[in-house]
Design a protein around this ligand. Structure first.
Ligand code: CA
Length: 236
């Protein structure tokens, strides 16, 4: 079905994850150290990585960063025993797509994995590329350009921007974004949304000189909106 890498040094948790995921038909490799995980990621094309942040040989966030480099197309879900929100934010900034807090409920784990794999494999949209200002979001090729300059976006960053760009100048609630971009049954913190918005904003700002770049506006207590700048005619 899908090729998964479980990175977990705890024998009990690792065995439980391995058994449970395999029973759902996935091909599982279980790495007990960061170095063996990185070796696996260098050798194998992975669909999804479950990454425990507390590993014996390397810092989990650093492992996340290297896994993301080695496997740009894989979904990375971090597992953290620490309830500390900072760990989650740093992990998401290091390239993770999602996180689960230990103890992990297996029903929740399977629901999340199913949602991630479905989205990642999703049939390419037949929707035409719609320009928003000088921003063009092409869902078929999953490319985003600003006046011809291509943005390098991670999977969820693309999905988030595409969702906002589908309705420019319209308020989109946090709940709608979480359910459309992540999972219809989301019941965790929505911190992951803010981290992804921040990353997309940073990448849009990097091409800010290229043309009329839309802005993601924060709507306090509601959600976000993609505003289209009105460039002066002389600048066009
Ligand atoms: Ca651990």
């Amino acid at each position: 079905m899908a090729r998964l890498l479980v990175v977990e040094d705890d024998a009990t948790i690792g065995a439980a994850l391995h058994t449970s995921l395999r029973s759902h038909g996935h091909t599982i490799t279980w790495a007990r150290t960061a170095l063996s995980a990185l070796k696996e990621a260098a050798d194998t094309d992975l669909d999804l990585v479950l990454l425990d942040l507390g590993l014996p040989d390397l810092d989990g966030v650093e492992v996340c960063r290297r896994l993301r480099q080695a496997q740009p197309g894989a979904v990375i879900v971090i597992l953290t025993a620490r309830a500390d929100e900072m760990d989650v934010v740093v992990g998401l900034e290091a390239g993770a797509d999602d996180y689960l807090t230990k103890p992990v409920r297996l029903t929740e784990l399977h629901a999340r994995i199913r949602a991630h794999l479905r989205r990642n494999a999703g049939a390419p949209d037949q929707m035409p590329a719609v320009p928003v200002g000088d921003l063009v979001v092409d869902r078929a090729s999953r490319r985003v350009t600003v006046n011809g300059h291509e943005l390098t976006l991670r999977a969820k960053e693309f999905d988030l921007l595409a969702r906002l760009a589908a309705e420019p100048e319209k308020a989109v609630s946090r709940e709608t974004l979480m359910s459309d971009v992540w999972d219809e049954n989301w019941f965790g913190s929505t911190k992951t949304l803010d981290v992804h918005v921040a990353a997309v904003r940073r990448k849009l700002a990097e091409v800010g000189d290229a043309g009329a770049v839309p802005q993601i506006v924060t709507l306090r207590g509601h959600g976000y909106r993609l505003d289209v700048p009105s460039a002066p005619p002389s600048a066009r």
